[in-house]
Design a protein around this ligand. Structure first.
Ligand SMILES: Nc1ncnc2c1ncn2[C@@H]1O[C@H](COP(=O)(O)OP(=O)(O)OP(=O)(O)O)[C@@H](O)[C@H]1O
Length: 269
C-alpha cells in the first residue's frame, strides 16, 4: 500500500503533514484508538470518509498500537448508488488490497412510507444508516465506528443548534452509543473541510455521491449556517479558528452534562 508514497511537491507534503497532525492530535487527545480495537470506517465515498480511511491506514502503519480497519458502506438504494459503490469496491481492492463490506438497503421506499411531516429526510436517512451500521458491528464484534465528521461540521452543528433549537449541541469527538457495545469516534473533528479537499486533490480518490434527491438544497439549515460562517470569515479570517476553539470547550460541557445525568449518548448526526 503505497498511496502516501506517491511523489509529492513541497506544497503537497505540507498538506499531508498538516492533516496527519490534526488527525493525530484528535486521536491522541480524545484517546480514540486502543490496542486490539476493531474500527469500522463508515465510507460514503465522499471526500471526508475517503480521507479518513487513508489516514487510518497510514496511522496503522506508523504507530505501535495494533488495531483493525474495516471499511463499510451502506448502499442505501437510491438509484445509481449501486454503480458508484462498485467503484469504491474496485479501488479498495486494487489500491488498498482490502475488502469493502457493503450493506444493501432500501431507504427510498422506507422514507416514502414512514417519513413524519416536519422532519427532514436527511436526519431520517442518517438514523437508518446508523441503525444498519450498529446491527452489523454488533453481529461482527466491531467495537468502534469511525465517522467522517470534521471541524466545519462541528462548527455548523453548534451554530444550527443554537439558532434553530436554542440548545448546546454538536458532534462530539468520542462517545459510547446508547445501549450498544460500540463507541463512535470522529478522528477528523479538528480537521477543516478545506484540508480534505486539498488531500483528495493530491490522491485523486474516486469520489462518488449517494445520488440522494435531497442533497444540496440551499434552503437546508446547514447550507444557511455554512453561508453565515463564510460571510463572517470574509470580515475576520480568525473566526473559524475561534469557533473551533468554542466547539472544543463545548465537547467538555456536553460530556459533563451527560455524565451528570448518567446518560450514554444518543448520538444523532
Ligand atoms: N452510505 C454511507 N455508508 C457508510 N457511511 C456513510 C454513508 N453516508 C455517510 N456515511 C458516514 O457518515 C458521515 C457523515 O455523513 P454526511 O452525509 O454528513 O457526509 P459528508 O459530510 O458528505 O462526508 P463524506 O465526504 O464522507 O461523504 C460520513 O463522513 C461517513 O463516515
Amino acid at each position: 500500500m503505497k498511496f502516501l508514497d506517491i511523489k509529492q511537491t513541497p506544497e503537497q507534503q505540507q498538506v499531508v503533514r498538516k492533516i496527519q497532525k490534526s488527525f493525530g492530535t484528535a486521536v491522541g487527545e480524545y484517546k480514540m484508538i486502543e490496542q486490539g480495537d476493531r474500527v469500522a470506517l463508515a465510507l460514503s465515498g465522499g471526500k471526508d470518509s475517503w480521507t479518513l480511511l487513508h489516514l487510518l491506514i497510514d496511522f496503522q502503519r506508523r504507530v505501535p498500537i495494533k488495531f483493525e480497519v474495516i471499511p463499510i458502506t451502506v448502499e442505501t438504494g437510491f438509484a445509481g448508488f449501486d454503480a458508484n459503490v462498485k467503484k469504491l469496491e474496485q479501488y479498495i481492492e486494487d489500491v488498498l488490497h482490502m475488502k469493502l463490506v457493503v450493506l444493501h438497503d432500501k431507504f427510498p421506499e422506507i422514507i416514502e412510507k414512514h417519513k413524519t411531516p416536519g422532519t427532514s429526510a436527511c436526519s431520517f436517512c442518517a438514523r437508518m444508516r446508523r441503525g444498519a451500521l450498529y446491527t452489523y458491528l454488533q453481529a461482527n464484534n466491531i467495537n468502534k465506528l469511525a465517522l467522517g465528521h470534521h471541524a466545519d461540521d462541528a462548527i455548523e452543528s453548534m451554530l444550527m443548534s443554537q439558532q434553530f433549537n436554542g440548545v448546546l449541541w454538536t458532534q462530539v469527538p468520542i462517545v459510547k452509543a446508547k445501549d450498544k457495545p460500540v463507541t463512535v469516534i470522529r478522528p477528523l473533528i479538528l480537521t477543516y473541510e478545506q484540508q480534505m479537499r486539498d488531500f483528495t486533490a493530491i490522491f485523486k480518490f474516486p469520489v462518488v455521491t449517494c445520488n440522494c434527491p435531497f442533497e444540496g438544497n440551499p434552503a437546508h439549515k446547514r447550507a444557511v449556517v455554512k453561508k453565515q460562517v463564510k460571510n463572517m470569515c470574509e470580515e475576520n479570517e480568525a473566526v473559524r479558528g475561534c469557533l473551533l476553539k468554542t466547539c472544543r470547550e463545548m465537547f467538555e460541557v456536553i460530556a459533563a452534562k451527560r455524565a451528570a445525568r448518567g446518560e450514554e449518548e444518543n448520538d444523532d448526526e
